[in-house]
Ligand binder design. Structure first.
Ligand SMILES: [Zn+2]
Length: 163
């Protein structure tokens, strides 16, 4: 079954504003929320890239220290219900919504970082150009067919909007 990601309309609006503002550099942010069941993720909030994020034509690196403290703040504010779900970033002028090698490496790193507490990270790519972006959502996990080998599986998810 294809995974489903629910996005609040105000969050999508913020994403579009940020994508337009930095075009044609990449930009992005982080999602907070919860899994309603093993296949359905509900995003409740997004955290922007932060004051020291690096945005360039082909790369985006968030201000991780700042994001980390924002993630902690949201987590407490939500009575420990909303956790770090994943991230989004733009691929300006990209026609196709597939993950880059760098994106896959980033997902693998998240899964392998115990403190991230996220073994099924979501990654949403916003592809296109100013005022015309398409969302492509991916849910990743590691499959370990052999003890010294793991394989990153990324399933394309359906995006639905609410709120
Ligand atoms: Zn990317």
């Amino acid at each position: 079954m294809q995974p489903l990601v629910w996005l609040p309309r105000p969050v999508v609006h913020e994403m579009h504003l940020d994508a337009d503002k930095w075009y044609d550099d990449e930009t992005g942010g982080t999602f907070m929320g919860y899994w309603a069941d093993s296949n359905v993720a509900v995003v409740t909030a997004s955290i922007p890239g932060g004051p020291h994020a690096h945005r360039a034509r082909y790369s985006f690196v968030p201000d991780q220290e700042w994001q980390q403290s924002e993630i902690g703040r949201h987590y407490l504010q939500s009575a420990r219900l909303d956790t770090y779900l994943g991230d989004w970033h733009t691929h300006p002028n990209a026609a196709c919504g597939s993950l880059s090698c760098k994106d896959r490496a980033c997902l693998r790193k998240i899964v392998n970082t115990p403190s991230a507490r996220n073994v099924t990270p979501i990654m949403i790519l916003m592809c296109g150009n100013r005022q015309s972006w398409n969302l492509h959502a991916w849910v990743a996990r590691l499959r370990r067919p052999f003890i010294f080998y793991d394989q990153l599986i990324a399933a394309e998810a359906v995006v639905q909007f609410y709120g």
